[in-house]
Write a protein that binds this ligand. Structure first.
Ligand SMILES: [Zn+2]
Length: 310
């Protein structure tokens, strides 16, 4: 049996639930109305919202008791069935480069997301201004905006970067044979996104310095080739993608699984290592589905962590 089939049954249930999830829940916290901007070393970073997505409670909290689930879903601003999580995309200025880490959902996922371009325009940034897009992984809420609804590349002047393991995983001709049917749509989306920019896509491996001062760190499990990014500065900044999917859930429960992790146990190990190292080194992090703007620290609390906003 493939290691990716471990949670197949649960994921089939989950994917069905996701398809049926309403997107009318209101996100908690502030997003899009203002922009969180900070400098880190040579980088000027603005956290731009792509909007929010709604995930079923079963995906967010598969290991929680009914009471824990109810309490946490309420903190997330959801109801018993589902909750909204935000999508925080860092826009990084460095010299003449204007870099996005992930490009969001575009028109290819839930309608409550795909707001990045309009928010960039509020900042005076046109899609043609973007010089680089670095993917943490190729799920539809992270790479879905690579093309428009008409199939045109949205950022016409950008170079793209993804890990070589991620590329191999999604473009594997045998993907459908060893992944459950409910996840085939994810592969079709990833192939749409990655093939669209194939001629300007650089494959990277953990340890590579993608841009001067921005290095790839391997944080596999959510997807096999998931990477986080380490930005050099006065103490490093870690852009964590979906290695630790949500601040409210996983800092306090670092041993809980997340329903959309491709390899649940590898993802758990990556998450725990990330939080452990971030807490020990007082490393600033920026998380994709964390409460906007998703910038903060992990502070050890008993056998878990507290999220401390920066
Ligand atoms: Zn995500």
């Amino acid at each position: 049996m493939s290691k990716f089939q471990v949670c197949a049954t649960r994921r089939e249930v989950i994917a069905g639930a996701l398809a049926a999830t309403a997107t009318s829940l209101l996100p908690h916290g502030v997003y899009a109305a203002e922009f969180h901007r900070f400098t880190h070393g040579q980088f000027d970073i603005t956290v731009v919202s792509d909007g929010f997505i709604t995930l079923p409670a079963e995906v967010l909290l598969p290991d929680a008791t009914p009471d824990e689930r109810a309490t946490i879903i309420k903190r997330l601003g959801g109801d018993l069935q589902a909750a909204p999580v935000q999508a925080n995309i860092p826009l990084i200025r460095q010299g003449s480069d204007l870099i996005l880490v992930d490009d969001g959902s575009g028109t290819h996922f839930q309608a409550s997301a795909g707001k990045l371009v309009e928010n960039l325009k509020t900042l005076g940034v046109d899609p043609a201004d973007i010089t680089k897009v670095i993917f943490t992984h190729a799920h539809p809420d992270h790479s879905g905006a690579t093309t428009t609804a008409e199939g045109r590349v949205l950022y016409p002047n950008a170079q793209y970067y993804v890990s070589s393991v991620e590329w191999e995983f999604w473009t594997d001709k045998n993907y459908e044979a060893h992944m459950p049917a409910a996840l085939h749509e994810f592969a079709r989306g990833a192939q749409r996104d990655l093939f669209a920019v194939k001629d300007r896509l650089t494959l990277v491996i953990p340890g590579d310095e993608i841009v001067s001062g921005i290095s790839a760190i391997g944080t596999p499990g959510h997807t096999p080739g998931h990477i986080s990014l380490e930005l050099a500065g006065d103490g490093n900044l870690l852009i964590t993608g979906d290695a630790c999917t949500n601040d409210i859930i996983f800092f306090e429960h670092p041993n809980w699984h997340f329903g959309f992790d491709t390899d649940a146990e590898v993802a758990l190990k990556s998450r725990r290592t990330l939080l452990e190292q971030a807490a020990a080194g007082k490393i600033k992090m920026l998380g994709y589905h964390w409460t906007y703007p998703g910038v903060g620290y992990a502070e050890r609390k008993d056998s878990a962590y507290r999220f401390i906003a920066a």
